[in-house]
Ligand binder design. Structure first.
Ligand code: S3P
Length: 168
């Protein structure tokens, strides 16, 4: 049975765009964990954070990751904080290859600065917040099977590299 392709990385690292292109080229279904969470709850992530808090969101995220990790031959587009619970990486790795899309905090900031849907970046100093979270999470992201450079504006490099590694 085919392995899953699991994409992890900070907000704005290009996971969704890369997942979509991989899906198109490989003919595989893309499953976005955040979309499933929103569908299950019937509201946006911003609202879930606001009304129920981050811990509640992380519980939902863990359940969704556990469920979708049991599938085969799909592309899993994970939320940026998926690495915060070690169970998630273990579940993703059980049937999949985990790719960390690495992009520098400054690159991420430029990509996300005009977007307003991410609860964790809504404070007065988003770049400072990105740097802090990035440094906290880096050792966790580095537990991926492969680290992919996603700093370039074009997704072609990361897409080609992931396909090469997946087809091994
Ligand atoms: C989060 C990233 C978001 C989303 C939620 C929390 C995080 O997903 O899951 O806002 O903790 O980094 P994206 O990485 O797709 O923006």
């Amino acid at each position: 049975m085919e392995k899953n392709i699991c994409l992890i990385g900070f907000m704005g690292s290009g996971k969704s765009m890369i997942a979509c292109e991989l899906g198109r080229r490989l003919g595989l279904e893309v499953v976005a964990a955040d979309e499933l969470i929103e569908a299950k709850e019937g509201r946006r992530i911003l609202d879930i954070f606001k009304t129920k808090g981050e811990a509640y969101f992380r519980d939902l995220e863990q359940k969704v990751i556990e469920e979708i990790s049991q599938r085969r031959g799909i592309i899993i587009d994970c939320g940026g904080g998926v690495v915060l619970r070690k169970e998630n990486l273990a579940n993703l790795k059980s049937n999949g290859i985990v790719f960390y899309l690495q992009a520098a905090p400054e690159v991420i900031y430029e990509r996300v600065k005009h977007e307003g849907h991410r609860p964790l970046l809504k404070g007065p100093d988003p770049l400072g917040c990105i740097k802090e979270l990035y440094n906290q999470r880096l050792p966790l992201y580095n537990q991926a099977d492969f680290v992919i450079d996603a700093n370039d504006a074009s997704i072609e490099g990361p897409v080609a590299e992931i396909i090469k590694k997946y087809k091994g």
